[in-house]
Design a protein around this ligand. Structure first.
Ligand SMILES: *Cc1c(COP(=O)(O)O)cnc(C)c1O
Length: 453
């Protein structure tokens, strides 16, 4: 490596990239990011980008929030690291667990910490396996999720994720079962109403449970709004219908709120936006506003009590990460929750989500946009070759990648997902910044659609 080499060349020489299209990187170079201001990031060439994806859904307070960096610095000075094993735990960890149960939909409950959302899902699966075995049902191990859902990348959470790309790893593992995607616009049948679509999915879920044997199903995991599957809100009555089925067969419902949690959908939890009561919640991403890697499993009272009883019986739950409940992460999370809930960030999402929808709806009048979907501050525009027949563009045209690349060239970061482009800005995004997003996105879409039409 030499200092005469560009940052782009140095990045490509020594880094192994994940979730990155390498031909694009070879062609366009890496955006090497140095710092941020509010919702903007800056690269080594001094270029400025409006990051309409909040980093990776997580940097909801922007990239230089003084309150959050102060909270981090203060905790680093006080006590820069500790674990949560052997009957020891930091004071910040105690405070955060109290706070998480207070802001959760649960009256009581318990919290377990991880370093990521993937590990939190992985941990929840182990908890369910452990619990059912302890309750005399060791065969109750299968995990149900939906096609096109995203739950992470560890061997277990990748098995839960309903994406075809995991076949390169020989995943999913056996016992991970995927039911239908709740995407009405794409999978609703000819003449089928949204309510009928919901009823069909609930019937499919019940048939799957009966076919597999209810006594073999450990739990059902769902994102309130599918995020990395392209921002898919549930069809009408979906969570009410499936909750009924799951309760009938004693299958716990786990709400994967790694994206939805802490205000993204306009309520603290997606479960509140869609009015259902899960047995446990998986949290990460906005939990620390992206200022520290942390995930949390938040278990509701009844399930938490069963789990606690099972652990008391064998005296110790043999699970945990070295950095579980890290004091700096907990101090940052406490501050982040306060910032989001009490310093106007959640209010901003509520105040401006209608404006965001209206602005995107105007852009979506394009003949090559098939669907605009979303809620709160998470939206997707799906590109189509033919709007009437919902025919997608040819895959090799890479339309959504082209749109995202064109946006990047214009100083706007958005994300291609399938044939969709995803916008999930930081909660601090103001009206003028939103207008900048609309203007650049509209220009990029018109340019790309003119090229591929
Ligand atoms: C991002 C995400 C995860 C995985 O979190 P990581 O911190 O990347 O491991 C899990 N579930 C959902 C819904 C996510 O969006």
């Amino acid at each position: 490596m030499s200092v005469t080499q560009s940052w782009e060349a140095r990045a490509e020489e020594f880094s192994l990239y994940g979730f990155t299209d390498l031909p694009s990187v070879h062609d366009r170079g890496t955006v090497v990011v140095t710092h941020g201001e509010g919702p903007y990031i800056f690269d080594t060439n001094g270029r400025k980008y409006l990051d309409a994806n909040s980093g990776l859904w997580n940097m909801v307070a922007g990239f230089d929030h003084a309150g959050l960096t102060q909270a981090a610095k203060a905790q680093f000075d006080k006590f820069p690291g500790y674990h949560s094993f052997f009957g020891r735990m930091s004071d910040q960890t105690v405070l955060l667990s109290e706070k998480l149960i207070e802001v959760s939909p649960f009256d009581t409950g318990r919290v377990f910490y991880t370093n990521s959302g993937s590990e939190a899902n992985d941990t929840m699966v182990k908890m369910l396996w452990f619990l059912h075995a302890a309750e005399g049902k060791p065969q109750k191990r299968k995990i149900l999720t939906r096609w096109n859902s995203y739950h992470g990348v560890t061997a277990v959470s990748a098995s839960m994720t309903g994406k075809p790309y995991n076949s390169v790893f020989g995943l999913p593992l056996p016992g991970f079962i995927h039911v239908g995607s709740p995407h009405y616009w794409r999978f609703g049948q000819e003449g089928e109403t949204e309510e009928q679509f919901t009823a069909r999915l609930a019937a499919e879920l019940e048939a799957t449970i009966i076919k597999e044997g209810a006594d073999t199903i450990a739990g059902f995991f769902a994102e309130p709004v599918i995020g990395a599957g392209g921002v898919v809100p549930p069809p009408k009555g979906y969570f009410q219908a499936i909750s009924k089925v799951l309760a009938k067969y004693d299958v716990p419902l786990i709400s994967d709120e790694v994206i939805c949690g802490f205000g993204r959908t306009g309520s603290t939890w997606g479960a509140q936006t869609y009015d259902f009561m899960p047995d446990a919640i998986i949290s990460s991403k906005a939990l620390t506003a992206g200022y520290f890697p942390m995930g949390a499993v938040i278990i509701g009272g009844t399930l938490a009590q069963r789990l606690q009883d099972a652990i008391e019986a064998i005296e110790e739950f043999p699970h945990g990460f070295t950095a579980s409940g890290h004091p700096v992460g907990c101090a940052i999370a406490l501050k982040a929750i306060d910032v989001v809930m009490n310093e106007g960030l959640a209010d901003n999402v509520n105040r401006l989500s209608g404006r965001m929808e209206a602005g995107l709806a105007e852009i979506a009048t394009s003949a090559n946009i098939g669907e605009l979907r979303g809620v709160g501050y998470m939206w997707a525009l799906e590109a189509v070759k033919d709007r009437a027949t919902k025919t997608p563009f040819d895959g090799h045209l890479s339309v959504s990648e082209r749109i995202a690349n064109t946006c990047t060239d214009m100083g706007l970061i958005c994300r291609p997902l399938g044939q969709s482009v995803v916008l999930c800005p930081p909660f601090i995004m103001t009206e003028p910044q939103m207008d900048e997003m609309f203007e650049k996105l509209d220009r990029a879409l018109k340019k790309v659609f003119a090229e591929v039409a």
